[in-house]
Design a protein around this ligand. Structure first.
Ligand SMILES: [Zn+2]
Ligand SMILES: [Zn+2]
Length: 576
């Protein structure tokens, strides 16, 4: 167990004692010990090895005994005994501001409330107001508290599109400092999750004190939360918590692996280590017979020691990657260099900011071989949707522009609205004249699941449609995915040989990793498109590739890794 795990268990013990109405001095002793262990600069295991646990402030003989038990066995008896006695999820429930230990006792004894879900159910069914000392007002306060707790846990997550540029900015600042080396943002940002909690850097340093000082005194630091000899913790511009941990070069690989996570992935690795007589921690492997610690300089060494192929960070979620690495069957994940073009970009013919020619030249400058201009269709008047007449003019302008290139092609496309009645926004003869039709839902998100699924399914079945854009309509931090029977959508796409989009626009990332992986498993092709409304948006392609990697996609799964002639063949596009 590491410092934070030991500390968390002591906190939980204190909460359970409080629930039981134990002596306040005893409770306070646990809280104090938990806090001090959490704030230690040194690994508690090392302090234990030196026999100095009782030197930690607030850790007396009794608690030192419990910490020792935890470090040896992963838990302690008093905790396990209490945990069995109390079926209630005390920790989670006490996070609700209205709930103290006495109220929790009451709710448990009278209504059998054991979890947050139970609490919500009881409050919604108006069972709480009838309890002694409670009432309708108190019940409403609990409901509101539950709601804001839920929102806060959502709010505390930062979309990757916002977090990554900040991480890169900090990385550049740290990289420029002569005292700091090997800077890496670990945690969920390294795994490229679509939203992250806070940003965890690790690095090595030739002058630790200086390195931490430089970190906590960067220009955009709003608040210093902690400033130790090996760890600094700050609130950065934009209200984001960022931590920097300075580590030894000898154990850099072990620490990077540990702090990259996920927790679930690391649990699997720990089990494999145990089966080999090793204990895996953030500091390295400990031989269970000899007690010798073997730190790893690189992550590769961590995986090699376990007999595993290297696992890319994006896959570390315990979703089958450990099995794949054991059987030497890792996917060859797609990279940004595999992308040959972008099949969903806008121009100033609808709501884009640049001309078709500017969009083409910028894409060609990136080394792409093609783009598809897919401006909005006529129903989306608000986004400058094109009338039939304008659409035809638009196609002929594209033809003219194509005469200028011999190594690049602009495909004429459209982002065609799927209307409320499930029909498309243009007639068949109009759609037939285009190289590429992508269809999307932009309105009526509040319809029921059946209606939305039907709209989507009939669009996929339409013979003119090639790609479904941003299939679930979510906007990160703003709007959840609309109700959709994803299974029906995937099956229809497979049966009709249609392509689904991973929209790389950072607010969308839609399909997400889970759905994109289901698509791959059903042999459905995907396209990774930026939905660029400006030449500067082409850079978002990397966010889409990150989602694709988390979905285990290989180049062959993605249509815009194809050379132009193969793409045209696949999508039935005429050569000019
Ligand atoms: Zn759209
Ligand atoms: Zn679009």
């Amino acid at each position: 167990m590491d410092n934070s795990e030991v500390s968390a268990r002591l906190y939980k013990m204190a909460e359970m004692l409080e629930f039981q109405g134990e002596n306040p001095f005893k409770i306070r002793a646990y809280i104090k010990a938990a806090r001090n262990i959490k704030n230690l600069d040194e690994d508690v295991n090392k302090i234990f090895e030196r026999g100095e646990l009782e030197d930690i402030p607030g850790v007396g003989k009794a608690i030192a005994g419990k910490v020792e038990e935890m470090l040896k066995t992963g838990t302690f008896e008093a905790y396990e005994r209490l945990n069995i006695q109390i079926p209630v999820d005390v920790g989670k429930l006490m996070e609700v501001p209205e709930i103290g230990p006495r109220t929790l006792q009451l709710l448990y004894q009278h209504l059998g409330v054991e979890s947050l879900e139970d609490l919500k159910e009881a409050a919604e069914a108006h069972r709480i107001r009838r309890l002694p000392r409670m009432g309708a007002k108190q019940e409403e306060r609990i409901l509101n508290a539950l709601k804001s707790l839920d929102e806060r846990s959502k709010l505390n997550r930062i979309p990757i599109g916002r977090a990554l540029p900040i991480a890169e900015e900090i990385q550049n600042t740290l990289d420029a400092n002569p005292h700091i080396q090997n800077v890496v943002a670990a945690g969920s940002i390294r795994r490229r999750k679509d939203n992250v909690g806070d940003i965890d850097f690790i690095a090595t340093s030739t002058n630790q004190k200086n390195a931490i000082y430089a970190f906590t005194h960067m220009e955009k630091v709003q608040e210093i939360l902690g400033e130790g000899t090996t760890k600094g913790s700050i609130i950065y511009d934009g209200n984001i918590q960022v931590d920097l941990r300075i580590v030894n070069e000898e154990s850099f690989g072990s620490l990077l692996q540990h702090f990259t996570g996920s927790k679930e992935h690391n649990i699997r690795l720990r089990d494999i280590a145990l089966s080999r007589g090793l204990r895996l921690s953030e500091y390295g492997f400990t031989d269970q017979n000899t007690g010798n610690l073997h730190p790893c300089r690189t992550e590769e060494e961590v995986y090699r020691t376990l007999g595993l192929d290297f696992i890319p960070p994006e896959l570390r979620e315990d979703r089958g990657e450990v099995e794949a690495a054991l059987s030497v069957n890792m996917p060859h994940l797609i990279t940004i260099d595999d992308i040959k073009g972008d099949l969903h970009v806008h121009s100033n013919w609808s709501d884009g900011k640049n001309t078709i020619l500017e969009m083409a030249e910028a894409a060609r400058g990136l080394g792409y071989s093609y783009i598809a201009i897919c401006d909005h269709s006529k129903s989306r008047a608000i986004a400058g949707g094109l009338s039939e007449k304008r659409l035809i003019e638009h196609v002929s302008e594209i033809e003219t522009i194509n005469e200028e290139f011999d190594d690049f092609r602009v495909l004429s496309g459209v982002e065609c609205d799927i209307k409320a009645n499930a029909s498309l926004d243009y007639s068949s003869d109009i759609l037939e004249g285009l190289d590429l039709v992508i269809a999307a839902i932009h309105s009526g998100f509040n319809e029921d699941r059946k209606t939305l699924t039907k709209r989507m399914v009939s669009a996929i079945e339409n013979e003119h449609v090639d790609i479904i854009a941003h299939p679930t309509g979510r906007l990160l931090g703003e709007r959840d995915a609309y109700e959709l029977d994803m299974n029906a959508v995937l099956q229809t796409a497979r049966d009709n040989n249609k392509v689904l989009e991973i929209n790389a626009f950072p607010e969308r990332l839609d399909l997400n990793d889970i759905n994109a992986r289901s698509a791959k498993e059903m042999c459905i092709s995907l396209a990774i498109n930026t939905d660029a409304h400006h030449t500067s948006h082409y850079k978002y392609m990397s966010f889409g590739v990150d989602v694709a990697r988390r979905a285990w996609l290989e180049p062959d799964d993605v249509v815009n890794t194809l050379e132009l002639d193969k793409l045209c063949k696949l999508l039935g596009i005429e050569k000019h």
